[in-house]
Design a protein around this ligand. Structure first.
Ligand code: ADP
Ligand code: ZN
Length: 745
C-alpha cells in the first residue's frame, strides 16, 4: 500500500501536510473516529480523501449540498481519483448505474446527500459493499445549536446502526463553539474520537473595516483596481444586491448576482459564470455560499455588516482558499446595525416557537450582533478580535489588518467617561445610547423633550462635544466593559462593576481616533498585492498561464481553478519549471494532472523564457519561495543565523516588543518578515511559559511556573497615558531561550 506522503504527492501534488492533517489521517488509518474542526480553507478534504484512497474499501461522504458534491467530485476526477456523487440531480437510471459501478469497486469515494441514506436502494448497496469509512462533511448541520441545522443529518446515525460492520467515522466542520462540538460527538456517536481544532487564524487573509462615505464608490473603485481578480461582494438584502450589481454592470464590470429571489435557472447560471471566471465578480446575499469551493477568490467585500461573527468569518473565509493572499473588507455604517436588528426581530414570527424559546433565541442573536458590531468599531487588531471570539487568546496585534495599519491618536477621556457614567446612573439606567448621548450634548429634539431630559443634572454637561463623539466614547466604554448594554432590542445602558473605578479615578479611559482628518475610508489598508511577489515580467507570464488555463478549462467544461490554482500558477512563475521533473516539484501538480496539462504549461513557460531561467519575482531565492509556501504570506518567515544569535546584544532585562525589535533589526533581508512581540508571545503561550487571562474585566498577562524558571517575571509599569498595569519582563536567560528558538539549526 502506498504511504500517505506518496498519495498526497501523487494525487494532490503537495509535498507536506498542513497543520493537523497528519494527525487526523493517522487516526483514521488506525481505525479511530475523528472530528476535525478547521476553518474554511484549512484543507479538510485532504484529511479524509487521503485515507479514503488508502483504506481497502469504499468511503461514503455525506455532504449537504449538491453543488458542493459536484465540485468535490470534479476536483477528484481532475486529480485522477475515481469518485462519484449520488443525489437528486441524477435520474433514477443514473443512480442505479452509479450504484452498480460502485458495487463493482469502481469508485473509492462516493458523495451522498443525507436523505439518500434512507433510500432502500442505497441501503441495499451499502449492505453488500465494503464500506471502510463514513465521512460527515459540514458536521455542524447535525447540531440544533448550529446555524444550519438539518434534520436529515440525524438519519446518519440510523444508517450506521444498520450496517453489519461499523466503518470508521470522520466528521469535519468549521464551526468552533463547544456546544456544537459536543453535539457532533454525541449525536453521531463517535467513539473516543480524536478531536482536533486547528488554529483559526488564516494567515493569508488581510482583514479590514472601512467606513466609506459612499459605499458604492468604494466598491466600484476597489473592483476596478482589482479587475484581474475574482471576488465576492456580500450584501444584506436582495435590494442591495440588485443595486450594487446594476452599478457595477453599468461601470463595465463582468459581474454576476445571486439571491433567493431569483429563479433557479438564473441562480445556477450566475454561479457558473462566477465559477468559470466568465464573471469573476459576484454580488450576493448570504444565500450564496456553502457550495462555493472556488479557490481563487481574491477578495470578499461585505457591503453590509453580517449578523454574527460566525457568519462573517465563514463568508470572509471563502477568500484565499488556495492559500494565496486575499483581502476581507467590511464596509461599515451605523445603519447596518439597525437593519440587522430589524431582520432579527422579524425572525421566528411564524409562531412555530414558544415564547421562552423565542426569548432565548433573541438573546443569543442580540449577543452575536453585539459582538459583530464590536468588530466594526474596535480600534484594536481585527485578527486578534476574531481569534478571541473563537476562543484563541493571546495572539496580540497581527500587523496586517486595517487597524494595525492605521495610526491612531490617543485621547484621555476619563473625565468625560465619568460624566457619562453619572448620567446613566442619574437616569437610573433606563435609556439607551441615543438618549444618553443626546442628553449629555444638551440636544433638544422632540424625543428628548418627551422624556424631559433637561431636568437631569447631566443635561448639557458635555456641551461642546458632538453627539457622535460622545457615542464613540460610550461604544469604547462598552467594549472595555466599563458600561454594559442590556441584551434586548432596547440595549439600555447599564453600569458595571468596573464603572466605579472610573468615578474613583482608578482607571483611565482612552479614546483612539484616527490621526489626521478624513483618514477613514480612504482605503488606507488596501495596498496593491499582486506586484508584491511577481515583478512585471513575472506578471506577464502569469497572465499567459492564466489564459492557457482558461482555454483548457473551457474546452473541458470545468472551472479553471480545478485545473491549477492561482497559487500553483504563481509558483510556476517563481520556479520557472523547464522539465517534467521540475514541474512535478510545484505544489498542486500531481502525476495525473501533469499528464493532463503539464506539457502545455511547460511549453508556454519555455516559449516565454526561451529556455533560460529568469527571475520573475522580487526577493532573494527559491529558499524563500519555499518559506513563502509555508507561511502563505509574501515574505519568508523570520529566523536568525547562529552567528547572529551569538552576537546578539542581550540585556539585563527587557520587554517583549523591545526584544522583538532588536531581533528584527538583526535579520539579514528586507524580504524576511519581522518578528513581532505578539508572535513571540504566542510561542511562549503555546509552550506554557506565560498565559493571558481575562480577569477583572481586562486581559492580564501571567507568568506560569515554567516561565518563572526560564527567567520571566511580572512587574508594574506605567503607560504613556499614565495607566498602571503589570507587564512581563524577560531576563537574559529568557532572552537567550527565545532567540535560540528563532535561530536556524
Ligand atoms: P476546507 O474544506 O477546509 O475549506 P479545502 O479542503 O477546500 O479546505 O482545501 C483548501 C485548499 O488548500 C485547497 O486548494 C487544497 O488543495 C489546499 N490544500 C489542502 N491540503 C494541502 C496541503 N497539505 N498542502 C498544500 N495545499 C493544501
Ligand atoms: Zn491586526
Amino acid at each position: 500500500m502506498a504511504d500517505k506522503y506518496t498519495v498526497l504527492k501523487k494525487y494532490f501534488g503537495y509535498d507536506s501536510f498542513r497543520e493537523g492533517q497528519e494527525l487526523l489521517i493517522d487516526s483514521i488509518l488506525r481505525g479511530q473516529d475523528v472530528l476535525g474542526i478547521m476553518p474554511t480553507g484549512a484543507g479538510k478534504s485532504v484529511c479524509y480523501q487521503v485515507p479514503a484512497l488508502m483504506l481497502p474499501g469504499i468511503t461514503v461522504v455525506v455532504s449537504p449540498l449538491i453543488s458542493l458534491m459536484k465540485d468535490q467530485v470534479q476536483a477528484l476526477n481532475q486529480a485522477g481519483v475515481h469518485a462519484a456523487y449520488i443525489n437528486s440531480s441524477l435520474s433514477e437510471g443514473q443512480i442505479s448505474k452509479a450504484l452498480y459501478l460502485a458495487s463493482q469497486g469502481r469508485y473509492k469515494i462516493i458523495y451522498v446527500a443525507p436523505e439518500r441514506l434512507e433510500s432502500g436502494e442505497f441501503m441495499r448497496f451499502a449492505l453488500g459493499a465494503h464500506l471502510s469509512m463514513l465521512t460527515v462533511d459540514e458536521a455542524h448541520c447535525i447540531s440544533q445549536w448550529g446555524q444550519d441545522f438539518r434534520p436529515s443529518y440525524l438519519k446518519i446515525v440510523q444508517f450506521v446502526r444498520q450496517l453489519p460492520r461499523r466503518p470508521v467515522i470522520s466528521a469535519f466542520t468549521a464551526t468552533a463553539t463547544e456546544a456544537v462540538r459536543d453535539d457532533i460527538v454525541c449525536v453521531l456517536g463517535l467513539s473516543e474520537p480524536q478531536v482536533l481544532t486547528t488554529g483559526f487564524d488564516r494567515k493569508n487573509l488581510y482583514f479590514g473595516v472601512e467606513y466609506p462615505g459612499k459605499k458604492e464608490d468604494y466598491v466600484r473603485d476597489y473592483v476596478k483596481k482589482h479587475s484581474e481578480e475574482s471576488g465576492v461582494i456580500y450584501c444584506a438584502t436582495r435590494k442591495a444586491v440588485e443595486g450594487v450589481y446594476e452599478m457595477l454592470r453599468k461601470a463595465g464590470v463582468p459581474v454576476a448576482r445571486y439571491h433567493a429571489g431569483l429563479d433557479i435557472e438564473t441562480r445556477v447560471r450566475s454561479q457558473e459564470d462566477f465559477t468559470y471566471d466568465r464573471s469573476p465578480v459576484m454580488v450576493a446575499t448570504n444565500a450564496f455560499g456553502m457550495g462555493i469551493d472556488k479557490s481563487n477568490i481574491r477578495y470578499v467585500l461585505h457591503y453590509n455588516m453580517p449578523q454574527s461573527m460566525e457568519n462573517y468569518y465563514q463568508e470572509a473565509g471563502r477568500a484565499g482558499r488556495d492559500g494565496g493572499p486575499a483581502q476581507c473588507i467590511l464596509l461599515y455604517s451605523a445603519q447596518d446595525v439597525i437593519v440587522n436588528r430589524y431582520l432579527l426581530e422579524s425572525k421566528g414570527q411564524n409562531g412555530e416557537m414558544g415564547e421562552e424559546e423565542l426569548r432565548i433565541m433573541r438573546e443569543r442573536d442580540e449577543d452575536r450582533l453585539r459582538a459583530m458590531s464590536g468588530y466594526c468599531i474596535t480600534k484594536n487588531c481585527l485578527r486578534e478580535y476574531i481569534l478571541r471570539y473563537f476562543g484563541e487568546y493571546g495572539s496580540g496585534p497581527c500587523g496586517s489588518c486595517s487597524n494595525c495599519h492605521r495610526e491612531y491618536e490617543e485621547r484621555d477621556v476619563t473625565k468625560e467617561a465619568a460624566k457619562i457614567i453619572g448620567c446613566v446612573q442619574e437616569m437610573r439606567q433606563r435609556y439607551g445610547i441615543n438618549v444618553v448621548a443626546g442628553t449629555l450634548a444638551g440636544e433638544t429634539r422632540a424625543k428628548l423633550q418627551e422624556y424631559r431630559v433637561s431636568e437631569y443634572r447631566s443635561y448639557g454637561s458635555l456641551k461642546g462635544w458632538l453627539e457622535t463623539e460622545i457615542k464613540e466614547i460610550i461604544s469604547q466604554m462598552v467594549l472595555d466593559g466599563l458600561l454594559a448594554q442590556t441584551v434586548d432590542k432596547y440595549a439600555l445602558l447599564r453600569t458595571t462593576e468596573f464603572s466605579q473605578d472610573v468615578l474613583l479615578g482608578n482607571r483611565k479611559v482612552i479614546l483612539k481616533t484616527l490621526k489626521g482628518q478624513g483618514g477613514q475610508g480612504s482605503g488606507s489598508g488596501v495596498k496593491e498585492r499582486k506586484s508584491d511577489i511577481l515583478n512585471s515580467r513575472g506578471l506577464e507570464l502569469f497572465d499567459l498561464l492564466r489564459k492557457l488555463r482558461t482555454e483548457a478549462a473551457r474546452s473541458r467544461g470545468i472551472p479553471p481553478y480545478l485545473i491549477f490554482s492561482d497559487k500553483t500558477l504563481q509558483e510556476m512563475c517563481i520556479r520557472v519549471p523547464l522539465s517534467r521533473e521540475e514541474m512535478l516539484q510545484i505544489p498542486g501538480i500531481g502525476e495525473y494532472k501533469y499528464g493532463q496539462y503539464g506539457e502545455r504549461f511547460l511549453e508556454m513557460v519555455s516559449e516565454f523564457t526561451g529556455g533560460t531561467r529568469e527571475k520573475f519575482y522580487f526577493g532573494q531565492g527559491p529558499e524563500e519561495a519555499r518559506n513563502r509556501e509555508k507561511s502563505g504570506g509574501a515574505k519568508a518567515e523570520f529566523s536568525l543565523t547562529r552567528d547572529q544569535a551569538e552576537t546578539f546584544p542581550y540585556q539585563e532585562k527587557c520587554l517583549l516588543p523591545e526584544l522583538a525589535a532588536a531581533m528584527s533589526g538583526f535579520r539579514n533581508s528586507a524580504r524576511m518578515k519581522k518578528i513581532t512581540g505578539a508572535e513571540i508571545f504566542r510561542f511562549l503561550t503555546d509552550q506554557k511559559y506565560v498565559e493571558e487571562k481575562y480577569q477583572e474585566g481586562r486581559w492580564k498577562k501571567l507568568v506560569l511556573e515554567a516561565g518563572t524558571e526560564a527567567g520571566m517575571y511580572c512587574a508594574p509599569r506605567t503607560s504613556r497615558n499614565g495607566v498602571e498595569y503589570e507587564d512581563i519582563y524577560y531576563d537574559e536567560k529568557a532572552q537567550r531561550m527565545i532567540v535560540a528558538h528563532y535561530t536556524e539549526e
